[in-house]
Design a protein around this ligand. Structure first.
Ligand code: ZN
Length: 150
């Protein structure tokens, strides 16, 4: 196991507007608020959604479009950096009126009906990502034994 020790910074409560793109508003929000590293969660509802599934054999994302109103059962994610660019990584679980669940990696095209986001800034060493050959993913960079922030 590898780890980074950090601490809690500022806390923001964000309410995206009706019709906004959920992933875009999260990206713009962390930029505007100057959050370089953080964690967030959201609940609410969307008018439609786009999620993806990472195929571990093919090492590529497969998209799923769900064109109907859905509850956000849970949406969680984090904020980090890849080569100086801010990365918002979010996963979302959605439910329809019959209680069916959908979920995956949050993609652009997920349209807000009403959503409440709680964002917690993570203070300490920067959270950065780098490419991992085995998984084909940009994973959070760790050092053996972790980094301790005074
Ligand atoms: Zn993901």
């Amino acid at each position: 196991m590898k780890f980074i020790e950090s601490s809690v910074g500022r806390i923001f409560i964000v309410r995206p507007e009706y019709g906004e793109d959920l992933l875009e508003v999260l990206r713009e929000g962390v930029d505007r608020l100057g959050v370089r590293a953080g964690v967030f969660w959201a609940i609410g509802a969307v008018r439609k959604a786009v999620v993806s599934y990472y195929d571990q054999t093919e090492k590529r994302y497969v998209r799923l479009r769900i064109d109907k109103p859905l509850e956000i059962v849970s949406c969680i994610g984090n904020v980090s950096e890849l080569q100086g660019e801010r990365i918002v990584h979010a996963h979302i679980a959605l439910g329809d009126r019959d209680g069916n669940a959908y979920g995956g990696h949050l993609e652009p095209g997920t349209e807000v009906f009403s959503t409440e986001v709680f964002l917690i800034e993570v203070k300490g060493p920067p959270l950065t990502r780098s490419y991992d050959e085995r998984t084909g993913l940009n994973l959070l960079k760790m050092t053996e034994g972790g980094i301790r922030q005074a």
